[in-house]
Write a protein that binds this ligand. Structure first.
Ligand code: ZN
Length: 241
């Protein structure tokens, strides 16, 4: 796709979804920077995966390498101390009495966008790209497009800006996310996501499964494995970016 002559900041964790978002942004924007957040998550493995994935994406395409700009890491450990969830504390992954998974970190995506927008303002980047999805939805209320529409409006009013929050995966199933990756970067991108991106909630690299590394039994691994199986069963279709 021809570039739209603009720039983006991708919220990039090194997981499957944000890796597809990074490729999606590199496919259409001239200048793309990435931001990651250290909020005291129990596992540093995904922070390591970020650098590996960025490097391999740049190797995969000279055009993407030319557009891929700086990486930023923001320290949100103060926020992590306030929030209470299975990702930041030693706590079982289960449903809470509010009907939300214990992996839900209240306000996390909202905090991410406030920090990302402040960074984008400083860096002169207009698009904020996030991998939120309400289709194969884990039940996180801050992944809803309604929430992000309200966030976009609040950021633009509060910062006198004209940001656009892009959520290219919002309406896709996990199988369709693999199909989008294939459409964006072919088999090479699928392999980067499969082998190098990290999704497991328990922070396990562990065994290499068909769908990638991970414990295989936590909700994130189950979702990723199910999407992979559906995609393969469907003949590994690709979605045009
Ligand atoms: Zn897992």
């Amino acid at each position: 796709m021809a570039p739209m002559g603009t720039s983006a900041l991708v919220l990039f964790s090194g997981g499957q979804d944000s890796t597809v978002c990074l490729a999606w942004a590199l496919d259409r924007y001239d200048r793309v920077e990435t931001v990651g957040f250290d909020y005291g998550q129990r596992h540093a493995v995904e922070l390591t995966a970020r650098q590996v994935v960025r490097g391999r994406i740049a190797e995969a395409s000279p055009a993407w390498a030319a557009r891929l700009g700086e990486d930023h890491m923001l320290d949100l450990r103060g926020f992590g101390q306030v929030a209470d969830s299975a990702l930041t504390a030693e706590r079982a992954i289960e449903m809470t009495d509010k009907g939300l998974p214990s992996t839900f970190v209240p306000g996390r995506n909202l905090a991410f966008f406030v920090h990302a927008a402040a960074l984008a303002d400083r860096r002169g980047l207009r698009r904020l790209v996030g991998g939120m999805c309400e289709t194969d939805f884990s039940g996180y209320p801050d992944c809803r497009r309604d929430t992000l529409d309200a966030m976009q409006q609040a950021l633009n009013l509060g910062m006198a800006q004209d940001f656009v929050i892009d959520t290219p995966l919002m309406r896709l199933t996990k199988a369709e996310t693999w199909a989008l990756a294939k459409g964006l970067g072919g088999a090479a991108l699928v392999e980067i996501i499969r082998a190098d991106s990290h999704t497991c909630y328990l922070g396990e690299r562990g065994e290499m499964h068909a769908w990638g590394h991970g414990c295989g039994t936590c909700p994130a691994c189950e979702l990723r494995a199910k999407g992979w199986d559906e995609w393969v069963a469907g003949g590994r279709p690709q979605i045009a970016a």
